[in-house]
Design a protein around this ligand. Structure first.
Ligand SMILES: Cc1ncc(COP(=O)(O)O)c(C=O)c1O
Length: 391
């Protein structure tokens, strides 16, 4: 077998956030870490080979992204997501979170308002607030375990100072792969109110079997005109440590504003290995990704079945995308710090506590399933034993 996702790889002692920061984050090094969004799997062999080949050249001077960097991004989007873009629409950025912050700086002014839809990836909050912009929260709706965008309250929350909305498409942490009609409804509100749509599509390749990713800018030219899309190979191919992402903007005026921020901060060169890895990932990654998605789907199905059969107090929201699963723990009768502590101290697993994703997250936990099936089983058995003590 060429790729073995069951292989256990020790990550301790590599400066690894997920494993080596357990004591700081959870107060103990003794938890099975299933929190920060990277994978325990090896970065695929074809990417490591490309990096090794470049390393052998032995000169690591200044570099820039060659034309293949941009053409591999556009080819990937065309072949994987049926989204036709021009190479020149792509701007390199050293990470999606930096890109979100740069967009706030490029497209809004202090005092302007920016909307986000919690519970959502925590750096969305700081990407707005750190720059003196007003944060408007348009909470997602939940009904019978199904999470949706509240477009009525979105429209009602817009004021003359609203300049931008940031969406997670697919959505971290609730695992939705937004459908075309939901995205069209959202985009039409943005067009009507002259609001820029910043779509963080970092999880777009991680759409589970049975679902399709819709790049929002693909929906129409009018929507593309007001949209900025961020993608990266980092989640998909486990490359987060290489700080490499791409920002796609078809509107030349918006692109100029964004590029000028990257240029003024002198952060556009990137790093040699991130460039090489991104090209290899987008050129050779199809088959590996299909195998990864099958494996993740099995882990997800396992957790859903396990909860149903053995821990009915925990109701998983079956993800449509991302390798995270959003666990409804409200029946355990704990929220906030107490819920987090229960998982750390009693179940010995390190997950993300739901309220850290903002309003709507209370009573939920986010669990990262991008690890071996063996570890997932160990975690679920441990959670089961912990829940049994409070029944
Ligand atoms: C929605 C979302 N955006 C961005 C990131 C991180 O992006 P980067 O590492 O490229 O800054 C994550 C990581 O979990 C994420 O979930």
């Amino acid at each position: 077998m060429r790729w073995d996702f069951d292989e256990e790889v020790s990550r301790e002692g590599t400066g690894c956030v997920k494993y080596d920061l357990r004591k700081q984050v959870f107060g103990t090094g003794d938890v099975l870490p299933m929190w920060v969004a990277d994978m325990d799997f090896k970065t695929p062999d074809f990417i490591i080979s490309a990096i090794e080949k470049r390393l052998k050249h032995e000169v690591m001077g200044y570099s820039f992204q060659p034309p293949e960097y941009f053409s591999s991004v556009s080819a990937w989007l065309r072949l994987r997501h049926e989204w036709k873009i021009e190479d020149e629409w792509v701007t390199f950025c050293p990470g999606v979170v930096p890109a979100l912050n740069l967009c706030t700086l490029a497209f809004t002014r202090p005092g302007d308002s920016v909307i986000i839809q919690p519970p959502v990836y925590t750096p969305f909050f700081s990407a707005v607030e750190n720059h003196g912009r007003n944060l408007i929260l348009n909470q997602l709706k939940e009904s019978d375990g199904k999470w949706t965008m509240d477009l009525d309250s979105l429209a009602a929350s817009i004021t003359p100072s609203t300049r931008m909305i940031i969406i997670s498409n697919p959505h971290n942490p609730v695992g939705r792969s937004w459908k075309q009609d939901e995205l069209t409804g959202l985009a039409n509100i943005c067009i009507k109110n002259d609001i820029l749509l910043l779509s963080d599509e970092i999880h777009s390749d991680l759409v589970l079997p049975g679902y399709t990713h819709t790049p929002v800018a693909k929906l129409s030219e009018k929507i593309a005109e007001i949209t900025v899309t961020c993608i990266a190979p980092s989640k998909t191919f486990n490359l987060a440590g290489l700080s490499t992402s791409s920002v796609i903007i078809s509107n030349p005026v918006l692109r100029k504003y964004f590029k000028s921020k990257v240029d003024h901060l002198q952060i556009g060169n990137g790093n040699i290995f991130g460039t090489v890895a991104s090209i290899a990932a987008y050129s050779e990654g199809f088959e590996w990704l299909d195998k990864l998605l099958e494996y993740l789907n099995r882990n997800t199905a396992f957790v859903v079945d396990y909860c149903r059969n053995f821990i009915p107090e925990i109701i998983p929201v079956k993800p449509e995308a991302t390798y995270m699963i959003w666990l409804d723990c409200r029946k355990l009768g704990m929220t906030g710090k107490k819920l987090g502590e229960f998982f750390v101290k009693k179940a010995l697993v390190g997950l993300n506590e739901g309220s850290s994703f903002g309003p709507g997250g209370e009573g939920f936990m986010r669990m990262n399933l991008a690890t071996t099936n063996k570890k997932v089983i160990r975690a679920m058995e441990s959670i089961r034993r912990a829940v049994e003590t409070i029944r």
